[in-house]
Design a protein around this ligand. Structure first.
Ligand SMILES: [Zn+2]
Length: 514
């Protein structure tokens, strides 16, 4: 058992902080173009950072700085004779590291199998060690709604040294899992529906199975294997679990219910759980998904596991069981939860903005990255009462601090509430919400809310309309101006996923476009 995850919370946080300080001194400050420049500009001497108080004077990084020049966030030391290749002001590689590469190359330690197939001179062998540590070999872009992809890169060292430990966190299981609940086991098979794309979600599912030796079929998503075909494969292959984006899983399950009702597939008692990523899972959504799994005869104690990750984070973390918190890794990250206004740490359990720093990574690296994610249930840094490990844990709901709120007709609206109100209305199959101006070209005209709906024929349009209006009023204290019934469900689905191919665009705010 890894002792690091059994330390007392105070001791572990101390260790994590110590590792972070050494990492900033020895790797970030010398080799990180952006942060080296920023710290110098602010007159910060990283050698003098001893306490959290000192550390908290370091500036935050936001998406804005990162997007401007993503390459400036990749660690890149200069090497003798290759100095001119790095267009930034970074330091020459540490001599101790050069010596390490020479020893590794000479002794072939750790063993490099390329030696068995390629004749290499000593210099080439040393270069190979350098490339392993520093050269980006893997890339993810974000599936953000801006359509402006920002890549995060990994080196071979990240993939060999950092990711395997974090991948194995997937096995954490609380000791008190309810009687009769499905358990994680080494011989279960998973069905991965994340679209094949250079996104973290897809690659994390693939990398995890390779690191931990778990079985998974990677479907590459609905564009490669149509949803009804996926469901037929799933049913005949008796898959135990699925990995999916929540909005796509809703669509997938509704399709499965339809196919079950038509007798195209049978009950699926072997279907035990879902690991959802790339979007949050609200309690309402969880309940709704569970109601759908009942209709296809899935396991009666179906488990829904939420996760939290991002391109910038370079990994995603899971909640091992219902409502037990997203378990984070304290070895390769330093975590802070800060008050959005004062930027000071909040009390344990209080809501705050998640800020993280990488520790020990190569490739794209952040120190004090301001995620903009408001963790409403708080960050708990203690020994988890459910699994016994000392791991920081995030509690839902998680919302975008600046984006999930909007003002409609002068009323502050939490967008996820509006989505929940519409999505969970009986009879609604697919939908899209459009926020616009009454006179599109006139920014001073009234806001309007339009809801495009396709109905599932279980209720009349009139009844759906009435229940929709009622629910929207109850959730956001506003009324919808127009409810439009669309006959072509496929057209709505296509538009929902049109922008990023991975996250459904349930809400379109046209007010900013005019
Ligand atoms: Zn736990």
């Amino acid at each position: 058992m890894n002792q690091y995850f059994k330390l007392s919370p105070d001791r572990q946080r101390e260790e994590s902080f110590k590792r972070l300080m050494a990492y900033i001194r020895e790797y970030v400050y010398p080799y990180h173009p952006y942060l080296r420049g920023a710290y110098r500009g602010l007159g910060i001497d990283v050698g003098k950072i001893k306490s959290y108080d000192d550390f908290s004077k370091l500036p935050f990084i936001t998406k804005k700085e990162y997007r401007k020049d993503p390459r400036a966030f990749i660690l890149q030391p200069k090497f003798p004779t290759q100095e001119s290749l790095i267009p930034y002001d970074t330091a020459m590689i540490n001599k101790g590291l050069l010596l390490k590469y020479a020893l590794q190359a000479g002794l072939n330690l750790p063993r490099d199998r390329v030696n068995e197939f390629k004749d290499m001179g000593f210099k080439e062998k040393v270069t190979r060690r350098i490339v392993h540590e520093w050269f980006p070999i893997h890339f993810h872009a974000s599936a953000g709604s801006t359509g402006d992809p920002t890549p995060a890169v990994y080196t071979y060292r990240d993939i060999k040294k950092v990711l395997p430990e974090m991948a194995n966190i997937v096995w954490i299981e609380p000791k008190d899992i309810p009687e009769g609940s499905p358990r994680a086991a080494f011989n279960k098979i998973n069905f991965n529906t994340f679209p094949g794309a250079p996104h973290l979600a897809f690659f994390q599912a693939v990398l995890t199975k390779l690191f931990v030796g778990a079985s998974s079929f990677d479907s590459f998503g609905g564009k490669v294997i149509p949803t009804d075909q996926q469901i037929r494969i799933f049913a005949s292959g008796k898959f135990n679990a699925i990995t999916s984006v929540p909005s796509y899983f809703v669509y997938w399950l509704r399709k499965a219910v339809e196919m079950r009702e038509k007798g195209e597939i049978g009950d699926m008692p072997f279907f035990e759980g879902a690991l959802l990523g790339a979007e949050g899972v609200t309690p309402e959504l969880k309940a709704y998904l569970l109601s759908l799994t009942k209709k296809i005869g899935a396991h009666p104690k179906f488990r829904i596991i939420a996760s939290y990750g991002s391109t910038e984070l370079k990994w995603a973390f899971i909640e091992p069981d219902y409502d037990c918190g997203i378990h984070l890794d304290p070895r390769f990250y330093f975590w802070e939860l800060l008050d959005p206004e004062t930027k000071k740490p909040v009390k344990q359990g209080d809501p705050g903005i998640l800020v993280f720093s990488h520790i020990g990574w190569r490739g794209t690296v952040f120190v004090r990255y301001w995620t903009g994610d408001l963790i409403k249930g708080g960050l708990f840094y203690d020994r988890c009462p459910r699994c016994g490990f000392t791991l920081p844990r995030l509690y839902a709901p998680i919302v975008r601090y600046d984006k999930d709120f909007t003002k409609i007709k002068g009323t502050k609206v939490l967008i996820p509430d509006l989505v929940t109100a519409v999505r969970d209305t009986k009879g609604v199959s697919s939908f899209q919400i459009i926020i616009d101006k009454k006179v599109p070209d006139d920014p001073f005209s009234m806001d309007v809310i339009k809801i495009r709906v396709s109905a599932d024929r279980s209720m009349s349009e009139g009844a759906i309309k009435e229940s929709l209006s009622h629910r929207i009023k109850a959730f956001i204290e506003l009324t919808a101006d127009e409810i439009i019934f669309e006959k072509d469900e496929k057209a709505i689905e296509t538009e929902l996923f049109a922008k990023t191919g991975i996250k459904a665009e349930y809400v379109i705010d046209r007010r900013q476009e005019h």
